[in-house]
Design a protein around this ligand. Structure first.
Ligand SMILES: Nc1nc2c(c(=O)[nH]1)N[C@@H](CN(C=O)c1ccc(C(=O)N[C@@H](CCC(=O)O)C(=O)O)cc1)CN2
Length: 290
């Protein structure tokens, strides 16, 4: 049994939002009002709740936010037309299409249609490419939030062995690149990895983005590791849990994120940070063009 730190993502996200609130107030004095537009297709309850969180947080920091709701059976062409319209609207600095989309819509095509300069989710091929080659980019909000959490509690990843479980475009892949850019040695594991614990037990920093409730038990964790739980799973008894069996794993760690209240709130805080960054970039390029 070690003494461990529970990483309070809720409190750190609040710090980030407080800083952004001050920054937005300064921008407004210069006549810049950051604007975010969220497109929600259908009415999936979890997506509804995440989008509500995004709108509420935007309002709190002073970002103008608009929600465009579309029916579940909308055609891909109608959705693409809406995205193009927002690309051309100078009052919109951030465009976000809430995922997942209904199966008849090709999410990659929709994402690729978002202007990279307004892609505050960091999902477009241009932003992903810039992330990989080490250029400035909008970073995907969940991995960006994890890097910010680690930084703000003083955990350096440099030289450490980070193991990422999960290879999604939203979390696993960009996470591995951000860690590598911060000089960690990174191992990526996924659903086809044979003998997962043999890898995870080597991790100084373990990022669990598997999507399976409480899969990660103490057998997967090296004593003293930092464990970041990205999972959000609803158990049969209705309880919200992560990918990590918290009560068992926590005493083996030096630090661990809880679910809820760990990574999730940071995802939304970093979306706001990206939106403010975009507003500043648009203002700068508008000023230099005339
Ligand atoms: N366009 C996008 N779609 C999706 C993203 C994304 O970054 N961009 N990520 C996820 C969902 N997501 C944001 O959209 C998200 C998930 C969870 C949370 C959060 O704050 N979770 C809370 C618990 C919430 C609950 O009670 O259900 C927590 O962990 O404390 C925020 C955002 C998929 N889609």
């Amino acid at each position: 049994m070690m003494s461990y730190r529970i990483i309070d993502g809720k409190a750190i996200a609040q710090q980030v939002r407080d800083e952004l609130k001050d920054e937005v107030a300064r921008l407004k004095k210069q006549g810049i009002v950051p604007g975010l537009t969220v497109i929600l297709v259908g009415n999936h309850p979890a997506s509804e709740s995440y989008v509500r969180g995004k709108m509420r947080a935007s309002e709190e920091v002073g970002i103008r936010s608009d929600l465009i709701r579309m029916n579940e059976d909308i055609s891909p062409q109608e959705l693409l037309a809406e995205v193009r319209k927002l690309n051309d609207d100078p009052s919109v600095h951030g465009i976000l299409v809430q995922l997942p989309l209904p199966r008849h819509i090709d999410a990659n095509q929709v994402i690729a249609t978002i202007s990279p300069e307004k892609d505050v989710d960091g999902f477009t091929p241009v932003n992903v490419g810039n992330l990989v080659i080490g250029q400035d980019a909008f970073y995907p909000c969940t991995p960006y939030g994890i890097m910010e959490l680690l930084k703000r509690i003083g955990i350096s990843v440099e030289g450490k062995h980070a193991v990422v479980i999960g290879r999604s475009n939203i979390v696993g892949k960009p996470m591995s690149i951000l860690l590598q850019r911060a000089n960690a040695t990174v191992t990526m594991c996924h659903s086809r990895t044979i003998d997962l614990p043999s890898y995870t037990k080597q991790a100084d920093i373990l990022i669990a983005a598997v999507g399976r409730a409480e899969l990660i038990t103490s057998e997967y964790v090296k004593p003293g590791a930092v464990v970041i739980d990205v999972g959000i799973n609803r158990r049969e008894d209705g309880k919200l849990v992560g990918d990590v069996l918290f009560a068992e794993v926590a005493p083996h760690c030096s630090a661990i994120t809880p679910v809820p209240g760990g990574v999730g709130p940071m995802t939304i805080a970093m979306l706001l940070k990206n939106t403010v960054k975009s507003a500043k970039m648009h203002h700068r390029s508008a000023s230099s063009n005339g």
